[in-house]
Design a protein around this ligand. Sequence first.
Ligand SMILES: C[S@@+](CC[C@H](N)C(=O)[O-])C[C@H]1O[C@@H](n2cnc3c(N)ncnc32)[C@H](O)[C@@H]1O
Length: 277
Amino acid sequence: MKIKDLIDEGNKVLHKDQTKLVLGTILNLNPLELNFHLEDIVTANLENKFKRCLENIKNGKPIQYALNNVNFYGLDFYVDERVLIPRFETEELVYNTSNYIRKYFDKNAKVLDLCCGSGSIGLTLKHLNNNLEVVLSDLSPYALEVCDINRNNLKLDVKIVESDLFFNIDSKFDIIISNPPYIASSDIVDEVVKNNEPHMALYGGEDGLEFYERIILQCEKYLNDKYLIAFEIGESQKDKVLALINKYLKNIKVITKSDMAGRDRMVFIFKNIDISE
Ligand SMILES: C[S@@+](CC[C@H](N)C(=O)[O-])C[C@H]1O[C@@H](n2cnc3c(N)ncnc32)[C@H](O)[C@@H]1O
């Protein structure tokens, strides 16, 4: 079939922009380039792949899983049902953390990405600064298989550790960054998310704060004297996370940031750093 016919097929199921995103990803063309190839014939293999994707999306699968691809911070990450789909707001966590690392730490600082899932956070930080020593860890061996695929695809020299939070972590870091599971068990979750993404990646106990509390309680054993902790948080969790920080950590400075949509989504904890913002 020709590209223009496949676009017509896709538009019966998807929004026009989504059709171009899906077809473009499969054909390795950006949406604009597709317009210059409308008369090109697509191989049977790729045509079938596109049709299978359409079918999966029609049946409720998120586009990113159907494509096994998500663009995060300009990098292509492989994703499937073993991992959470990396979100836009997490790019902002990476952006801010990367700036703080550049400003306050040595080039070869040690970073731990706790609850790494697909590896989007830790691998992107390593991509942005190849001198960093980065360890990524997660409890799910399935998620770590995906993280390993991404490490290989992106050709990044990082260490991956299977661990229940700090349990198998045996060294000290300058920076801990984490987007842990933070949905409260009583929260109403979007059906597409609930039906497709790993529940282990979503739920953070009764109030959604379990992981923050566990991390804050244990972290100093795994951090150098001068440190940064960077958390992504749920949009209504700022005050509760700040209360936990103030309860357990002493002599620290905290900065919170909202995402581009104006929601409180990031908390940065600094120790022995003279921050100027
Ligand atoms: C919200 S997802 C974040 C994934 C990734 N960091 C991202 O931002 O896309 C949380 C991750 O925490 C992992 N996880 C859940 N319980 C854990 C535990 N006890 N120790 C370590 N990781 C855990 C899940 O497997 C999941 O990959």
